[in-house]
Design a protein around this ligand. Structure first.
Ligand code: OTU
Length: 640
């Protein structure tokens, strides 16, 4: 949260409102609540007025919302309110080089929410401090997009446990130094959610929670929209007889986009967020954040109003749950990413975190093409992080590698490199990869790639120890990048033992599962046992990753707030960047050894004599990186 001082006097009616809202808080917190309201309420009011202020009763509506939110805050446990206070005192708590994320499905990782408690030793052994559990709220029955079609925000998925189990889990995780991150699927609800059911039953109030359009209006919008699932769910609208309208469904037909032009939708979701925060959730992954505001004639992504909505949610959490982080899940081109971390008059007032999705895709492209130029460009084009914000850096997640985020980088429209990468990772020709293209049955189109890191880097197809060593090196290269580039690096479940694709035959996949099931396997405990015994590939991969994590923890220059600056190199197969003045990270994305003139890495030649944290070697004048190898070069201490 930005510093809590406020710089100008407030009108009397605002002070009265602040006083009445603060009076709802527990007595011991009323002073702090007053401070938080004084700092955040003017901004919150301004953003909500921009969105909803056209009605005469806006002021009464806002007061009613604040009272509802304050009542939810008043139910927040003493433990969580103590956490809020601690984080108000240390707003940069999530920027340290010790922060490490892990992402997993509850059922595949641990069976149930209580089962996750048994996995805490494993998470601690990796150094995990932030656990993203994929959707665990009650989802639409049968088809539900892996839980992203939420049927109830007030209940957990019964097979995973109860809300009490969730509270127990967050408390145990917190005691273990691990913050639970949960998806907040705020762009859409399942068509079996009570709001959709009420709309289908004739409720005009709830019909207005959605975008229910005429065929003509839907066609007008559709003219400029993209498609998320062109093969499995083409289009963005679904005709629903019960409402006799074309409902906006960006994703699957059973996922109805919410209409944030309706202030009641905002108010409902704000209360849902805070109630879930009261269960001990410490970070919210704001799913599909880019899609929140629709505008005719545009792709209805990244609209200014979408950012105002996120900024309003941030102001609300800064007031009523200041210990909570907001993470934007906006899988969008590089140029559209920085605003999600707050810019200009919203600096420090939007999300704390955002997925660095274009760097993730560019790293995979670099591996396929043995050319790191685009990854270099993305690092060069990514502005320094605003204060107290961070990237979520990752190799893989539960979704596909979305190549679309890179298309705008090819200003000449020639996306043949992306097509080649998509084919490469689908295993074409001599490729070492064993993935699959996603939503792109037409080989000329390119959309996404599915597959576990291990399968995409060559473990599955490796014939013999040398091929497997190379696969492990490629995996290490990618994790060496996301661990060093700056942000909170994330391990996707199974990568810690180089676990492969889901071996389940497609005919036995969960109902409605799409191609992303390929990288959504059950956690392989046998490989974990192997890893702990140090034998075979699981052990080597596990040891390599844990070693890099340990090295990063010892390196303050790896903290998110330390600037990342590209070091341009002639060699297109190499990627290099500085982390602060004395650490230079260099990556070889090619299958051949590459030599680097160390004096070319810094203007003052201070890296001419350095120490590679990864290999332990001392390097002078030149560095030769083996195929797919990398180095984290620490300049020798300046001679005084
Ligand atoms: C997000 O997805 C989730 O991560 C996906 O698992 C869900 O299917 C989807 O929303 C709907 O809830 O761009 O910002 O390409 O990478 O849809 C939304 C498929 C997203 C996902 C993409 C992503």
């Amino acid at each position: 949260m930005a510093s809590q001082h406020h710089d100008k006097p407030l009108p009397a009616e605002h002070l009265d409102l602040i006083q009445s809202i603060a009076a709802i808080a527990p007595a011991e917190e009323q002073d702090s609540m007053t401070q938080r309201l004084r700092f955040n309420l003017p901004f919150l009011r301004e953003r909500l007025r921009c969105l909803y202020g056209s009605t005469a009763d806006f002021g009464n509506w806002l007061e009613g919302l604040l009272i509802d939110l304050a009542k939810i805050h008043a139910l927040r446990s003493r433990d969580l309110r103590a956490l809020d206070s601690a984080r108000l005192a240390e707003p940069g708590w999530f920027l340290s080089q010790n922060m490490l994320a892990y992402s997993a499905y509850v059922d595949r990782f641990a069976g149930t929410l209580p089962g996750v408690q048994q996995r805490i030793p494993h998470l601690k052994s990796l150094g995990v401090t932030y656990l993203h559990l994929l959707p665990f709220l009650r989802a639409r029955e049968h088809l539900n997009d892996g839980g992203f079609a939420v049927a109830s925000y007030e209940e957990t998925e019964p097979a995973l446990g109860t809300m009490e189990d969730l509270e127990d889990l967050t408390a145990t995780l917190r005691e273990s130094g691990i913050s639970l991150c949960s998806d907040l699927v705020l762009n859409h609800v399942a068509d079996t959610h009570v709001w959709a059911m009420a709309a289908k039953a004739g409720s005009a109030k709830h019909r207005a929670y959605f975008h229910c359009l005429s065929k003509e209006a839907a066609e007008d919008y559709a003219a400029t929209l993209g498609e998320i699932f062109p093969e499995t769910a083409p289009g963005n609208f679904t005709y629903v007889p019960e409402v006799d309208a074309h409902v906006w469904t960006t994703f699957y037909p059973y996922q109805w986009d919410l209409n944030y032009g309706n202030r009641e939708v905002f108010a409902e979701m704000a209360c849902i967020l805070l109630r879930l925060a009261n269960r001990g959730i410490e970070a919210f992954r704001l799913d599909s954040a880019a899609f929140l505001w629709k505008r005719l004639g545009t792709n209805s992504m990244n609209q200014p109003e979408a950012h105002w909505i996120l900024q309003a949610f941030r102001a609300i959490t800064d007031i009523f749950a200041p210990g909570v982080l907001l993470k934007a899940e906006a899988i969008v081109p590089t140029r559209d990413l920085p605003p999600y971390l707050g810019q200009d008059d919203a600096l420090g007032r939007e999300c704390h975190l955002a997925y660095q999705s274009s760097l993730m895709a560019a790293a995979w492209l670099s591996l396929a093409t043995e050319n790191a130029s685009l990854a270099c460009k993305i690092i060069a084009d990514t502005p320094h992080l605003p204060p107290r914000t961070s990237w979520l850096t990752y190799v893989r997640c539960h979704d596909d590698i979305g190549w679309n985020v890179l298309k705008p980088e090819f200003t000449d429209g020639d996306i043949s490199a992306l097509q080649a990468a998509s084919r490469f990772f689908a295993g074409a020709g001599e490729s070492y990869a064993e993935g699959a293209s996603f939503q792109a049955l037409d080989p000329r189109s390119v959309h996404g790639t599915n597959g576990m890191t291990s399968a995409l880097t060559g473990f599955a197809r490796a014939k013999g120890p040398e091929a497997e060593r190379q696969a492990r090196q490629r995996m290490s290269l990618l994790y060496g990048l996301v661990l060093a580039v700056g942000g909170i690096p994330m391990i996707y479940m199974g990568d810690e033992t180089a676990q492969g694709n889901d071996p389940t035959p497609q005919e036995h996949w969960p109902a409605g599962a799409d191609g992303r099931q390929l990288h959504r396997p059950q956690f392989d405990d046998r490989r974990l046992l192997e890893a702990h015994s140090g034998t075979a590939s699981a052990g080597a991969a596990h040891a390599a990753l844990r070693r890099l994590i340990g090295l990063r923890q010892l390196c303050p220059a790896m903290a998110a707030a330390v600037p990342t600056r590209l070091v341009p190199l002639e060699n297109p197969g190499l990627l290099a960047f500085m982390r602060g003045p004395r650490l230079c990270c260099v990556f070889n994305f090619t299958s051949a050894p590459q030599t680097v003139d160390l004096n070319s890495l810094s203007d003052d030649r201070r890296l001419g004599n350095c120490h590679d944290l990864v290999s332990g070697a001392t390097c002078q004048a030149t560095l030769t990186l083996a195929p797919w190898d990398f180095a984290w070069l620490q300049a020798a201490p300046a001679l005084v």
